[in-house]
Write a protein that binds this ligand. Structure first.
Ligand code: HEC
Length: 102
C-alpha cells in the first residue's frame, strides 16, 4: 500500500514536471512550426527572405506586445493572418517567444 502510494506520488510529480516544461516550450514549438520559415530560427531572417519579404530581425520591431499580437492575428505586409490557424493563446505564447529573440 505505502509502496503504491509512493509510486503514485512519483508519477504525479513527473507528470507535473513534464506539463510545466511542455508549457514553457510551446511558444518555441509554435514558432518553429509557423514562423521560422520567414523569420529565421533565431529571429534573424536569411538575407534572401529579408530582401524578398521585407522581414527585419525580431529585435528591430519596436512595436508593443499588443500590436504584435494584432499583426500576427490579422497579418501585416507579406505576413499572412494566423487567426483561425492558431488560437489566441498560441498567438500570445508565440509572440512572447518572438520578443525574446534578438
Ligand atoms: C510568410 C512569411 C512570414 C511568416 C510565416 C511569419 N511572418 Fe511575421 N512578418 C513577416 C513580414 C514580411 C513582416 C513585416 C511586415 C511589415 O512590416 O510590413 C513580419 C512582421 C512580424 C512582426 C512585427 C509586427 C509588428 O506589428 O511590428 C511580428 C511580431 C511577427 N512578424 C511575428 C510572427 C510570428 C509570431 C509568426 C508565426 C506565428 C510569423 N511572424 C510568421 C513575414 C512572416
Amino acid at each position: 500500500m505505502t509502496k503504491t502510494m509512493r509510486s503514485m506520488a512519483v508519477l504525479a510529480a513527473t507528470v507535473c514536471l513534464a506539463g510545466s516544461m511542455g508549457f514553457a516550450e510551446s511558444g518555441e514549438a509554435i514558432y518553429k512550426a509557423n514562423c521560422q520559415s520567414c523569420h529565421g530560427s533565431t529571429g534573424t531572417p536569411s538575407a534572401g527572405i529579408a530582401k524578398m519579404m521585407g522581414v527585419k530581425p525580431a529585435a528591430e520591431y519596436k512595436t508593443t506586445e499588443k500590436e504584435q499580437i494584432e499583426s500576427v492575428k490579422n497579418g501585416k505586409g507579406k505576413m499572412k493572418a494566423f487567426a483561425g490557424k492558431l488560437t489566441d493563446e498560441q498567438i500570445k505564447d508565440v509572440v512572447t517567444y518572438f520578443r525574446t529573440l534578438k
